[in-house]
Design a protein around this ligand. Structure first.
Ligand SMILES: [Zn+2]
Length: 201
C-alpha cells in the first residue's frame, strides 16, 4: 500500500483500513459509490419503511416526522427477529444522501462487533416501550468515522481534491451529503489543500 492510500494519524488509518475491508467484502472498488443498502443484508440488518412500524399512535407518528424530525436519523432495534436479523428504521424525511450515512453507521457497528452498552427508551406506546441500543462513545465515533470512510475513501477523495473538484461534486459522485465530504476532508487532513485550491473562486 502506498503512502497516499491512508490518511495521517494512527486512529484514522485504522478506520480507513476497516472501511477498505468493508468495500472489499462488498466487492466495490474504492473510487465508486458504495450502496449501504447492499451491505445491510450482509450485516444481518433488515431495513423497513417507517410506514411498516406498527403500534405508533398518530400523535407519535406526527411528532417523529414533524417537530422531532431533525432530532433522529434512524437506528437499529435492540431485539433481533427470530432469524437473528435486526430491524433498522430510517427517517424517511432525511433523503437518500443523509440516509446512506445513517445506515452505513449501523452496518459499521455490526461489522466492528460493537456491543450496546445500555438500552435507552425512545418512545412509549400503548403496547409498551420502544428501546434503542446505545453504544459507548468511542464505539459511536468508530462506527460513524469508519462508515464515512467506507462511503468516501481517502485515496479517491485525495485524487478528486488534487483534480480541483468542489465538495458538492465529490458528494454527488459518492451519493453522500456535502457535509459528509467536508467532514472527511477535515479528519483526513485534506482540508487545507482543499481550501487553498478553492479560496480564489
Ligand atoms: Zn451509532
Amino acid at each position: 500500500m502506498t503512502e497516499h492510500q491512508l490518511p495521517p494519524g494512527e486512529k484514522w488509518r485504522q478506520f480507513e483500513l476497516y472501511a477498505l475491508g468493508f468495500r472489499d467484502f462488498a466487492g466495490v472498488r474504492p473510487d465508486v459509490p458504495l450502496d449501504p443498502f447492499r451491505l445491510a443484508g450482509f450485516a444481518n440488518l433488515l431495513v423497513i419503511g417507517f410506514d411498516e412500524i406498527k403500534g405508533l399512535s398518530p400523535e407519535v407518528r406526527d411528532h417523529l416526522l414533524g417537530a422531532a424530525s431533525e432530532q433522529w436519523s434512524g437506528g437499529a432495534c435492540s431485539i433481533p427477529l427470530p432469524d437473528g436479523r435486526k430491524i433498522v428504521i430510517l427517517n424517511p424525511n432525511h433523503g437518500r444522501m443523509r440516509t446512506n450515512a445513517t445506515l452505513m453507521e449501523e452496518v459499521s457497528h455490526v461489522f466492528l462487533g460493537h456491543k450496546p452498552s445500555r438500552l435507552k427508551v425512545v418512545a412509549e406506546t400503548e403496547n409498551g416501550q420502544t428501546v434503542s441500543r446505545e453504544y459507548r462513545k468511542a464505539d459511536e465515533e468508530a462506527a460513524y468515522a469508519t462508515g464515512a470512510a467506507a462511503l468516501v475513501p481517502f485515496a479517491a477523495l485525495r485524487r478528486f481534491v488534487l483534480e480541483g473538484q468542489p465538495s458538492q461534486q465529490i458528494a454527488k459522485h459518492f451519493r453522500v451529503s456535502r457535509e459528509l465530504v467536508e467532514y472527511r476532508l477535515k479528519v483526513t487532513r485534506l482540508w487545507r489543500i482543499y481550501r487553498d485550491a478553492h479560496s480564489n473562486k
